[in-house]
Write a protein that binds this ligand. Structure first.
Ligand code: SF4
Length: 498
């Protein structure tokens, strides 16, 4: 039997489908953020049922698909007009339909997705549903739709489900692709029966639409090495794969370097010379743009598929935490807790006004505000300003004071081969401050922004004690981000003086 999820897996890569069907352990299992996306998918699915209220749910029986099909049949026979999770089996394929609604022309089928637009694999998913449903002799079909989240919807008062979702017809695509589906099903079945692992080359399909869970099994082991062509800054994947196919998998082996960008050439040069490539004039340009006191600022944000607070949109970045280190002059040495301010909103509250007021209270009235990749922080401030019209002028004025610490690195002022083609703070920090234990994220429970946002959202369901522990971990993480910025800037100043 083929389930819809296995069919879709096979559409991405038949080898991954085969490995999965043989229960070969994955090398890159889903991480916490992927699980969070699944959770969001469930929430969205439940919310979408409100588009068609009054329906009946077919209970889930994981080990008894026939029972689910029988229950569905009984509901249809008894005259139910709206059914959630209706289950069908035909042509050796088992499917569950998110929502189906009976109309005077036959059943309308709705597949609910937590994304904000229809992707190709959603259409393929719908085409498979249609293929199965067409073979159910007691059903007359009318149309098939994909329901996606409308990220322009602004919650004011109770959720208006008709506005929260966009319903898009895919009937035309689905009908036009029925013969493809038949062919693809044949291929899928053949692969599932074969004894030998299918031979499939690595490619962009290993990352899209989903990161493959067998990635490390197939990709070369040296992909993470400093001199791997897969680490070349902003070289597109097709070009990387073409070099790899030609056997030019390390910097040394690249025969034609003419088309490489300046950053890519610096990357190779820094590796070959085993020392950073510096452009002091670019570093000094940045340093001279910075004014004391420096406010090193970092926000953490969460998103919700279904908005919780008035004035919130689906997937909108909601600032809930900031960390701020203040350095009054070039000779002032900071520590993790020295000249430091921080804030985390209570999980039950809309965080925006609280965070805005705290920030305005603690930020110096002049000097530079330093961020790493400033557009994120500036957007957070715009979000706060929109939510607090009475503080808007004061908040928006802050955006004129920003300086972006990524600029001297991304702009060609400083390249260290240990950046491995990335200018993220997590790549730059260990390269510039390799021996400082206080600057290691490894010892923290929360090590990255996506874990931080998931931890904050988890707090909604936790006991007071668990919440207090998570708050402590969140403080430790965000505090290190701003202390890291200060430490990187101090190293940058030193490098310009050498
Ligand atoms: S890593 Fe790529 S080639 Fe290997 S199984 Fe996954 S998708 Fe297929």
């Amino acid at each position: 039997m083929i389930s819809k999820s296995k069919f879709i897996l096979g559409q991405q890569c038949l080898k991954s489908l085969w490995l999965d069907s043989k229960n070969i352990p994955t090398t890159n299992p889903l991480d916490k953020s992927a699980n969070e996306r699944l959770k969001a998918g469930y929430e969205v699915g439940e919310a979408a049922k409100n588009l068609f209220p009054g329906g009946v749910n077919v209970e889930y029986h994981p080990s008894d698909f026939q029972k689910m099909c029988d229950l569905t049949f009984e509901l249809i026979e008894s005259g139910e007009k709206i059914i959630y999770e209706a289950s069908f089996f035909a042509d050796n394929v088992f499917i569950r339909v998110d929502i189906m609604k009976k109309t005077s022309k036959g059943w309308d089928i709705y597949e609910v997705k937590s994304s904000t637009k229809v992707h190709k694999y959603h259409e393929e998913d719908a085409a498979l549903q249609w293929h199965v449903l067409k073979q159910i002799n007691y059903l007359t079909l009318n149309n098939i739709f994909i329901v996606v989240v409308n990220n322009k919807y602004l919650k004011i008062g109770d959720i208006i489900h008709d506005e929260l979702f966009n319903i898009i017809s895919v009937t035309k695509y689905v009908k036009a692709n029925q013969s493809n589906i038949k062919e693809q099903l044949k291929v899928t079945e053949k692969v599932l029966l074969q004894k030998k692992e299918p031979s499939i080359k690595i490619g962009s399909h290993c990352k899209k639409p989903h990161q493959c869970e067998y990635f490390d099994k197939c990709w070369p082991a040296n992909i993470k090495s400093i001199d791997s062509i897969f680490n070349l800054y902003r070289l597109n994947l097709e070009k990387k794969l073409s070099l790899f196919e030609k056997g030019e998998d390390t910097f040394k082996k690249i025969k034609d370097r003419v088309d490489l960008t300046t950053t890519q050439k610096n990357q190779i040069k820094a590796h070959e010379q085993n020392q950073p490539i510096l452009n002091k004039s670019k570093i000094n340009d940045f340093i001279s743009s910075v004014k004391y006191p420096i406010s090193y600022l970092d926000f953490e944000t969460f998103t919700d598929a279904i908005p919780l607070f008035d004035g919130q949109k689906p997937y909108m970045q909601m600032p809930f935490q900031y960390s701020l280190h203040i350095q009054n002059n070039i000779n002032e040495n900071l520590g993790l807790s020295k000249n430091h301010f921080e804030f985390i909103a209570k999980v039950k509250d809309d965080p925006r006004r609280f965070i805005a007021e705290s920030l305005l209270k603690n930020l110096p009235s002049d000097g530079s505000i330093m961020a790493y990749n400033q557009s994120f922080e500036k957007n957070c401030i715009e979000t706060l300003a929109k939510h607090c019209p009475d503080l808007s002028d004061e908040l928006l004025a802050l955006n004129d004071r920003f300086v972006d610490l990524i600029v001297p690195f991304r702009g060609g002022g400083y390249y260290d081969s240990n950046f491995k083609g990335s200018f993220s703070i997590k790549s730059v920090l260990p390269a510039l401050c390799p021996d400082d234990e206080t600057l290691s994220y490894k010892k923290l429970k929360i090590k990255d922004g996506s874990t931080a946002l998931n931890s904050y959202k988890e707090m909604r369901l936790k006991s007071d004690k668990e919440r207090a522990d998570l708050r402590k971990e969140l403080f430790e993480y965000c505090r290190l981000d701003t202390f890291a910025m200060y430490s990187i800037y101090m190293e940058l100043i030193k490098s310009a003086r050498i």
